[in-house]
Design a protein around this ligand. Structure first.
Ligand code: ADP
Ligand code: ZN
Ligand code: MG
Length: 480
């Protein structure tokens, strides 16, 4: 029997608000343990939560950008469980009436486009962190993260392969970054994904028994964990075994997953409406104001890049996948109006370096040693014939390494292209007198040696002569 995978993803995204969801503590990452805490987020008895309005605004932004219905009336719920990083003994979340529902995200371009439906988006608070193995037999608890606002984005089981799961996650992250509600950093945990996966006989419309995979902290890890789990489930069924609904932890070093627990059910959490918080009532005017303030989204920007800059669809897709990269490109084009030239350098050379240095997840282009102004200045120098394309490759590396502007490097290293007729004529004359055999071959009709002679002139000028001028002068001298 043949099987097909079915995947649904649950993404937790930390929101970029300055303060926490129900108290005024800062959300800053990387502080001393328990620095960003107060009686509310430490769960002292008798305190009351006060909702941060910004969190609701951010959730609505995401809901609108993903074509959700925004609930005019939604409710907070307590999700009860015991764990040391959750001092209240419950997480404030949303359950029956989430703020957003029934949306979708289109992934991939044109013909290959697929629509992944979103079941819901709800708001909740993050838990703290337990820290093991740093102090003898003790475990430590850091509550800086407790109360940091999250949205959870739940997809329908519409995803058909690990590769498609990766594409969905990249699109979703890109949307959140464009909206400036989440920085999307998987390694620091501000964008986390739990992956639900099952397999079923190909073509069947009944869902199989799913496993929920946790603990993946990169896009690659999500794809690998899914591949491993799909294979495991298919093999189990093919061998006549049965699957149980369970939660499994991915081990990135060993590239295997292991069972953590059999599945808990919603009723285990004893959800009930939080009596400390009023139902959330949102008026239409606020929703419409937020809608009017939405920025240009990745799909729109891609379409505009194709029409406005006349660049290839594939390049436009790469350039707009990350907002900071798209901003970088447009800033460079504003400074030197050669979009195709600049696009080639960004997509070819800049991306090669980003991948090589494996900065894919962390890199902030605003800190990049090669500023858009420097890239634009370099492309201008090529376009004005001051340097050759070949010299520019070396210059690019030098700019990356030193952070210096291109004109300064060119001046200091004497890289400028030689365009003065006198010195090229001199080099040509030298080459002609040193290669009398090849010169007479050429004159008797063996035109192939021309390339060799050009090469000799370039060598004599240390590659700096303008190749077009070398061609012209050499031809003129040989034929005179
Ligand atoms: P739970 O009750 O375990 O929370 P839900 O029905 O709420 O399950 O779904 C949680 C996530 O799992 C959703 O993203 C959903 O699309 C996905 N999902 C549900 N059932 C399956 C299945 N059989 N196979 C794969 N994914 C599934
Ligand atoms: Zn607090
Ligand atoms: Mg559920």
């Amino acid at each position: 029997m043949k099987y097909e995978p079915v995947i649904g993803l649950e993404v937790h995204a930390q929101l970029l608000t300055h303060s926490k969801i129900f108290c005024g503590c800062p959300t800053r990452f990387g502080e001393e343990p328990n620095q960003n805490t107060c009686p509310v987020c430490m769960g002292f008895p008798g305190v009351l939560p006060v909702l941060n309005k910004r969190v609701v605004e951010f959730a609505i932004r995401v809901g609108l950008a993903t074509h959700c219905e925004i609930s005019r009336y939604s409710r907070w719920a307590r999700k009860n469980y015991f764990y040391p990083d959750l001092p209240k003994g419950y997480q404030i979340s949303q359950y029956e009436l989430p703020i957003c529902s029934n949306g979708y995200i289109d992934i991939g371009a044109e013909a290959a486009q697929r629509r992944i439906r979103l079941t819901r988006i709800h708001m909740e608070e993050d838990a703290g962190k337990n820290i093991h193995d740093v102090r003898g037999d003790y475990s430590l608890v850091d509550l800086n993260r407790a109360g940091v606002p999250l949205i959870e984005i739940v997809s329908e089981p519409d995803i058909k392969s690990p590769e498609e799961a990766g594409r969905y996650l990249r699109s979703l992250r890109s949307i959140l970054q464009y909206l400036e509600v989440c920085d999307g950093n998987m390694e620091e945990g501000s964008f986390r994904c739990d992956a639900n996966v099952s397999v079923r006989p190909t073509g069947s419309s009944v869902l199989g028994v799913k496993a929920e995979l946790k603990n993946m902290n990169s896009f690659k890890a999500v794809e690998k964990a899914l591949e491993y789990e799909i294979k495991r489930q298919m093999e189990t069924l093919s061998d006549g075994g049965t699957l149980i609904q369970e939660t499994r932890l991915w081990d990135a070093d060993r590239e295997v997953s292991r069972s953590l627990r059999s599945k808990e059910y919603a009723h285990d959490y004893r959800y009930f409406p939080d009596p400390d918080l009023l139902p959330l009532v949102i008026d239409n005017e606020w929703i419409e104001n937020i809608r009017a303030s939405l920025p240009e989204m990745p799909d729109e920007r891609r379409a505009r890049f194709i029409s406005e800059y006349d660049i290839r669809a594939y390049d436009a897709e790469l350039l707009t996948g990350r907002k900071d990269v798209a901003d970088y490109f447009e800033e460079a084009v504003r400074l030197h109006a050669n979009p195709k030239g600049i696009s080639n350098w960004v997509v070819g050379d800049l991306f090669r370096v980003i991948k090589e240095e494996r900065l894919d997840e962390k890199l902030r282009i605003s800190n990049w040693p090669l500023s858009p102004a420097h890239l634009a200045a370099m492309v201008r120098m090529i376009d004005e014939g001051k340097i050759s394309g070949k010299m520019a490759k070396g210059l690019f590396e030098e700019m990356l390494a030193t952070g210096q502007p291109p004109d300064k490097i060119v001046r200091e290293k004497g890289l400028e292209q030689v365009k003065d007729t006198g010195s090229i004529e001199q080099a040509v004359a030298q080459v002609i007198s040193n290669h009398s055999q090849q010169v007479s071959d050429y004159r008797s009709g063996k035109e192939k040696v021309f390339g060799f002679l050009v090469g000799q002139v370039m060598k004599a000028t240390h590659g700096k002569a303008n190749p077009q001028m070398v061609n012209e002068i050499l031809k003129r001298k040989l034929e005179s």
